[in-house]
Design a protein around this ligand. Structure first.
Ligand SMILES: C[S@@+](CC[C@H](N)C(=O)[O-])C[C@H]1O[C@@H](n2cnc3c(N)ncnc32)[C@H](O)[C@@H]1O
Length: 345
């Protein structure tokens, strides 16, 4: 598959109160009231035995009926955005192609919200099995009822089609790795920076599997938090006129760096930027192999005098100047460590 890049042109800085209210769930090291009291969180056989009628009692009055690409579902109080439909479409298309070429498809939807993404993987990509997880236990009723209306829990031969759990995504993936339970596709639809999940995701992904990662960190892509982007992605991002593209490269660069540590090579299959959030999504193909050549991993410069952009490799550091003659580094030349993949190269 040829890598391609999809971007919307507008950048929105809006962040709803709903968005902020969920951020606390992101840090696995700080368990909160929702995650701390989870008992035997991965014991699906126990959790899934709860009857649909008792679960439906937990659905709130605010639950809304929605239809996405022909599938009906409810959102309850979960975090759901219509604007994310294209990101879900792309995930389903990639999954569907994967299933056609490999014949099997086991998916982990590590942060499933109301479960629409998982449901679409089951119905539209014909996934053999989907593990839907969300740290928020209160979404359980809505997720299970959405699934039960469309897909049987077990095939006639007794094979599970789906399970629903409520735990920190890193914990789920670490447990799967220990049990040698591997997935063909892992979708991590998180808030903020996603890099804390990269390593555990690689560990429980099959070779040649797909990893669908996310960033909603518009401050970092805009170059407003270089220390933060450095910590999360190893990229010291400065303000650039093409920050939406830089956001995608920053995410890919972080994923490439973490994969290299573990001896994996990743190839971006597609990248998608959307203004809401903003949301940066990248589908990566993960294989084992030699470390990638540095020609795709380096620096992007932007000249504040003439507006020219260039790329530089690590061994060109120290020789950086602009064609216009500007040799002032860094005051006149903004240098962002980020991945050059998909740029002019
Ligand atoms: C962007 S929403 C997911 C939306 C959903 N995938 C969709 O397509 O509609 C992110 C979800 O991640 C969950 N979450 C946040 N931190 C988590 C963590 N560390 N582990 C698992 N789930 C988490 C939140 O409860 C929230 O439902």
């Amino acid at each position: 598959m040829t890598p391609f890049l999809i971007t919307n042109t507008t950048l929105s800085s809006s962040s709803s109160s709903l968005y902020l209210s969920f951020l606390f769930l992101q840090n696995p090291k700080k368990p909160n009231c929702l995650t701390s009291h989870l008992t035997s969180h991965l014991n699906c056989s126990i959790q899934d035995n709860v009857s649909l009628s008792s679960l439906q009692q937990t659905l709130t009055l605010e639950s809304k009926n929605e239809i996405e690409r022909g599938l009906e579902f409810q959102t309850g109080d979960s975090f759901f955005r219509h604007e994310s439909a294209i990101g879900r479409d792309l995930g389903v298309l990639a999954a569907s192609l994967y299933k056609k070429s490999k014949g099997n498809l086991r998916i982990l939807d590590a942060m499933c919200g109301c479960g629409i993404r998982s449901l679409r993987y089951l119905v539209q990509a014909e996934a053999d099995f989907v593990w839907a997880n969300d740290a928020n236990e209160e979404y359980r009723g809505i997720i299970v009822s959405n699934f039960e209306k469309e897909v049987v829990r077990e095939t006639e031969k007794g094979k599970r089609r789906w399970v629903v759990t409520h735990s920190d995504a890193n914990r789920v993936m670490a447990e799967c790795y220990l049990k040698e339970d591997f997935f063909d596709l892992i979708d991590i639809d998180s808030f903020g920076s996603n890099s804390t999940f990269f390593r555990s995701a690689y560990d429980c992904l099959k070779f040649d599997g797909l990893l669908y990662v996310t960033s909603t960190d518009g401050y970092s892509s805009g170059g407003h938090r270089p220390q933060h982007s450095l910590a999360s992605y190893g990229a010291y991002v400065r303000p650039m006129p093409y920050s939406n593209e830089v956001g995608l490269r920053m995410l890919i660069g972080g994923a490439v760096r973490d994969a290299s540590v573990l001896g994996y090579r990743v190839t971006p299959l597609f990248s998608y930027y959307s203004y809401h959030g903003p949301v940066f999504r990248v589908m990566l193909r993960v294989i084992r192999g030699k470390l990638p050549e540095n020609k795709h991993y380096g620096f992007i410069s932007y000249c504040n005098k003439c507006g020219n952009s260039q790329t530089f490799l690590w061994d060109q550091l120290g020789k950086i100047c602009c064609h216009c003659g500007n040799e002032e580094v860094p005051s006149g030349l903004d240098l962002s460590t980020t991945l050059r993949m998909l740029l002019k190269c």
